[in-house]
Design a protein around this ligand. Structure first.
Ligand code: ADP
Length: 336
């Protein structure tokens, strides 16, 4: 088979590896069996995660899966997707594990190229878009002679479309910055309640078709970047709007919850199944729902979770299919 394969006992002892493994690594089977030897083939940056997941699988009997780089005999590293499954006897006891490692270096490089392309394309799109936005704004406030009402209306529509495009391009830029590890911002101590109150006023203006209820504690000191946290909150609200009917209630809460600060957005919309909830924070993931087709690229929750993780916080969702959702993020409390 085209993969490298091996078998090992439940205690981790390696009992077989195929010729492809020996050719790739330059190790004989006897050498591969030696304690710690295969670990030395794994790229140092990927080793800890590989060992942790391997140990966990040996302990729990659950399928082992990890992406890591293995060193080839010539010293170069190539990305591999590892998978291991346990083979059991009729008493459900694990006899041994069968593992494979598939070379995914070419796919990884294509992904990197795609990320690079997204980065350049979104950057190129942003420049003309910014000037277009500027000109439309100038037209909107044109004073020398009165604009016909219909032109004002068109300018308003053009403005809305440009704002949507602007948000999309900004999201694309953020995704490519995250991929390149360059989503940087400064962190300050501030009262999160002020940001949530301001956002509350803002969303009432932007989404007049929904009833917003706010339950916001007066003082919630956190350390973070107010603009980025506002971006997360606005994203949760825009999803609540997108995935629930007009004239329904959206509740925004911000409070101290068991020694962490929690901000939540609750809607009474379409909700999510357990399986969907496990995936929605992944990059470009969207629930395929034929009845509820909305536009989007599946970037918002991915960006939000990156921002919250950067703040040493937690983002999550509680939901039931058909019964609405509560999306929340939590941040450590600070004194002050
Ligand atoms: P987008 O909304 O652009 O598709 P997101 O990353 O913001 O991307 O959301 C990912 C997916 O999570 C959405 O496609 C949708 O299926 C689901 N989702 C997000 N928010 C909600 C919500 N409030 N109610 C139901 N589903 C939601």
């Amino acid at each position: 088979i085209p993969q490298m394969t091996w078998t090992n006992l439940p205690d981790g002892e390696i009992t077989f590896c195929n010729q492809r493994w020996c050719d790739y690594t330059g190790l004989t089977f006897e050498e591969t069996k030696e304690k710690g030897r295969w670990q030395a083939i794994v790229h140092p940056d990927d080793l800890q995660q590989t060992i942790d997941l391997y140990q966990e699988s040996l302990k729990t009997g659950r399928v082992f899966e990890v992406e890591n780089r293995y060193k080839r005999a010539d010293g170069t590293y190539r990305w591999h997707l590892n998978r291991g499954i346990p083979l059991k006897n009729e008493l459900d006891e694990i006899l041994f594990w069968i593992g494979t490692a598939t070379d995914i270096e070419d796919q990884k490089q294509q992904m990197d190229k795609k990320d690079e392309f997204i980065g350049i394309a979104s950057h190129e799109l942003k420049t003309p878009l910014t000037s277009l936005k500027g000109y439309i704004q100038i037209m909107g406030v044109y004073k020398s002679e009165e604009l016909p009402p219909v032109i004002k209306q068109y300018i308003g529509k053009a403005n809305n479309a440009i704002n949507k495009l602007h948000n999309l391009v900004n999201d694309l830029l953020d995704v490519s910055k995250i991929q390149a590890g360059r989503l940087n911002y400064t962190m300050n101590n501030f009262n999160l309640a002020d940001m949530v109150n301001a956002a509350m006023e803002n969303v009432k203006q932007i989404y007049p078709g929904y009833h917003f209820i706010g339950e916001i504690a007066p003082k919630l000191m956190v350390n973070g970047n107010s603009e980025r946290l506002e971006q997360v909150l606005m994203n949760l609200v825009s999803n609540a709007v997108k995935y629930s009917k007009e004239n329904t209630v959206i509740t925004i809460r911000a409070y101290n919850h068991n020694e962490v600060i929690r901000v939540s957005v609750t809607d009474v919309g379409i909700g999510l199944s357990q399986e969907q909830m496990e995936k929605i924070f992944e990059r470009f993931y969207r629930v395929e729902d034929k009845q509820f087709l909305t536009s989007g690229l599946g970037m918002g929750l991915y960006i939000s979770s990156e921002i919250i993780n950067n703040h040493k916080g937690k983002i999550g969702v509680e939901s039931e299919l058909g019964n609405g959702s509560t999306f929340y993020f939590e941040l450590p409390v600070i004194a002050g």
